[in-house]
Design a protein around this ligand. Structure first.
Ligand code: GCW
Length: 682
């Protein structure tokens, strides 16, 4: 056999000053010191070969492209594409790994599988090249692992370049244009590389709130989308676009966007054909319709299935998918009206449509019924639509969890969501129910040198891909992987102290954040607009449907069927019953489901009011302790990373104290109940 020409796709150059995140050069050392053969064909195989060449050039190994030119050449590592004859097909993104006779063999079910197999080797490090290893097959549980960027092309007067972005500007757009200069595209390619290394395979490049400039990405500006897609494609990432339901009117000049009008369907068909001409592997559309002012099918008396199916029809000939968001609710509510419940809205709107969506329409559901609060129950929609392809949407950008100024490792929250079983212990988990649609996260990345503002927020981005790949993964193991890749290679002599320190500051950080912010599942005690810092009544008398109803006697929202909004009844058994009664409702969700007196005794044995005081003192103490532990890691962590996080810990501790004092003082003044431990409350 002749070796094919070595046409490796070069590894992109990391722009100066940009943090390598979980791909510092040293993670490639174990691979790069060996003799590695890469075979198979297709662009992604050339990417794999490019990675191997890069690693071997740096660390002294040998990269060979093609099938064995000289039989008997003692390769240490063989990377090949094709089914390996194992019991189950690997599928295009799966791979098998085994080691025998001194050779580590990775077989990708397809080129993408080989790419994921390569990064798996990188994760394993030296362990991949020692002893024997029986065949293991790895396949992604969810076919789609996606990041949605809420990035505006042009700077929005209120929301800026990235809506809810806490990591600088957009990676894709700057001042109204795609970042298509070579150096900038290298960064986009690097982003794709990071995403492939954690298992992400799709990116939506613009905000779901589609403003005027952004809308045109669908039509005359699709070339800019194509440039970004070209940069992401070598790492197996398909590009998606958020579009406006009103585009036939605003861009096409039609008098209507009504799904029932043939001219509207024709417009979508023609427009979509042009998109595919520019981006042949285009992933599809993301749509926020009839939500927070975005146009949608309600204007024409049509259902959301009608709307989604209109776009699905245009995408179907090309294998594209429409991601239709279920975030539909009345954002002009009267706070005096206690019968309307925003938490109910998604289920009320969508559950009756189960079975009506086209095969290439995915309903994208926020994981909780409200809006990415620190603690919410799992959205009842996820258990209520067995005949619909569902994607679960999580928020990596920390809009309500400290905005990347606070450390808040979200792996444990997402894992709880993905492992939750809407039909009880015997039924499928959320991770299983999302197989048809996938896991979608609002990205927390931007053009910040650390990608995510807070360097430790990189862990959340990493976890999106890994939990999409394996929704039942232990989040601690995911965190460990990230630590091993992102930190240990630079740790010098004391990696054990570094590991312990990072686990100490990250493992429990979500619960710490929960302790010093809104208690027991009460949400939205944040400052209106930007959502950072405490304001207990900030949304209490507003139109957004996000209330806690605190008075002198008690706090919480009665969402029971018996006496409240009936939201608890949107769940199947056993959850409908568990949530219905304050006696069985889990403590951490008590105020989400019930309005209770301050003296109500939690399952923990504490009263609600004492729990509020205690957790707020504890949460601040934990944040202070994390700051201390982090300070002690100086010298083991890259100085720039260390300094950035140290600076943010100052802000986290300041803000945590602010939260503690607002919340404790507010509830002390409302209830008049003193702290049983006599601490100072202002
Ligand atoms: O969480 C809310 C945000 C909005 C966002 C919206 C959504 C993109 O405050 O900024 O809009 O959710 O998910 O559509």
């Amino acid at each position: 056999m002749t070796a094919s020409a070595p046409v490796s796709v070069p590894v992109p150059v990391l722009p100066p000053g940009v943090d390598p995140a979980w791909l510092p050069p040293a993670v490639f050392r174990p691979l790069g010191t060996r003799r590695v053969q890469v075979s198979g064909s297709g662009p992604l195989v050339e990417t794999v070969y490019g990675e191997v060449v890069h690693a071997c050039d740096r660390f002294g190994g040998t990269a060979v492209r093609g099938t064995a030119a000289a039989p008997g050449v003692p390769y240490d590592v063989v990377l090949a594409v094709g089914e390996d004859g194992g019991p189950d097909p690997l599928g295009s993104e799966g791979f098998a790994l085994e080691r025998s006779g001194g050779v580590t063999r990775v077989t990708g079910g397809g080129p993408a599988g080989l790419l994921y197999g390569l990064f798996h080797l990188v994760r394993l490090g030296e362990a991949a090249f020692r002893g024997g290893r029986p065949r293991e097959a790895h396949r992604p549980a969810l076919a789609l692992r996606m990041l949605d960027h809420w990035d505006n092309v042009a700077v929005h007067p209120v929301m800026g370049q990235v809506e809810r972005g806490y990591a600088g500007g957009s990676l894709f757009w700057r001042d109204g244009l795609a970042r298509s200069a070579p150096g900038e595209l290298a960064r986009v390619r690097w982003y794709g590389r990071l995403l492939a290394a954690c298992g992400v395979n799709a990116v939506a490049v613009n905000n779901v709130n589609v403003h005027r400039t952004e809308a045109r990405l669908l039509t005359d500006r699709v070339g800019e989308v194509a440039a970004l897609a070209d940069a992401l494609r070598p790492y197996g990432i398909r590009t998606h676009l958020a579009v406006s339901f009103a585009a036939p009117v605003t861009l096409g000049g039609l008098p209507t966007a009504d799904p029932a009008h043939g001219a509207v369907a024709d417009w979508w068909a023609e427009t979509t054909a042009r998109v595919y001409a520019a981006v042949p592997d285009f992933g599809g559309y993301v749509v926020k319709a009839d939500s927070e002012g975005q146009p949608g099918p309600f204007a024409y008396g049509r259902s959301h299935a009608d709307g989604a199916n209109l776009l699905a029809g245009a995408l179907a000939p090309y294998g594209g998918t429409v991601h239709w968001r279920a975030f539909v609710y009345d954002h002009r509510q009267d706070w005096r009206d206690r019968s309307t419940d925003r938490a109910r809205a998604a289920c009320d709107h969508f559950a009756p449509l189960d079975g009506e969506f086209a095969p290439n329409a995915v309903l994208q559901v926020k994981h909780g019924p409200l809006d990415f609060q620190t603690r919410e129950p799992v959205s009842p929609v996820i258990g209520a639509m067995p005949r619909t392809r569902l994607a679960v949407e999580i928020q990596a950008t920390q809009e309500y969890t400290g905005q990347q100024r606070h450390v808040c490792w979200l792996g444990p929250m997402w894992s709880e969501v993905l492992r939750f079983r809407p039909g009880g212990e015997e039924g499928p988990g959320v991770g299983d129910l999302a197989r048809g649609g996938g896991l979608v996260a609002v990205s927390n990345a931007g053009d910040d040198p650390f990608w995510t503002g807070h360097p430790l927020a990189q862990a959340n981005l990493y976890a999106v891909g890994r939990l999409g790949w394996r929704p039942d993964a232990d989040p601690r193991a995911v965190l460990r992987e990230w630590i091993e890749m992102a930190f240990v290679p630079g740790a010098g002599a004391d990696p054990e102290r570094l590991r312990d320190g990072l686990h100490a500051v990250l493992d429990g950080s979500w619960r710490t954040y929960e302790k010093y912010t809104a208690p027991l599942g009460a949400g939205f005690m944040v400052q209106p607009g930007h959502h950072y810092g405490p304001s207990v009544d900030g949304y209490e008398y507003s139109r957004w449907g996000t209330y806690h109803f605190a008075d002198r006697d008690g706090v919480g929202v009665d969402r029971s069927r018996a006496t409240g909004t009936g939201f608890a009844g949107q769940y199947a058994k056993p959850w409908a019953e568990v949530y219905e009664s304050a006696a069985t409702c889990p403590d951490e969700l008590l105020l989400f489901f019930h309005h209770v007196p301050y003296a109500h005794v939690l399952r923990s044995g504490d009263t609600v009011i004492q729990h509020i005081y205690d957790t707020h003192f504890d949460g601040v103490a934990e944040a202070e302790e994390a700051r201390r532990v982090w300070a002690g890691l100086a010298g083991l962590v890259d100085p720039a990373r260390h300094a950035r996080a140290a600076e943010r810990y100052e802000e986290q501790v300041r803000c945590a104290r602010e939260w503690r004092d607002h919340i404790n003082t507010y509830f002390f003044r409302k209830s008049g109940v003193p702290d049983a431990r006599g601490r100072r409350i202002h």
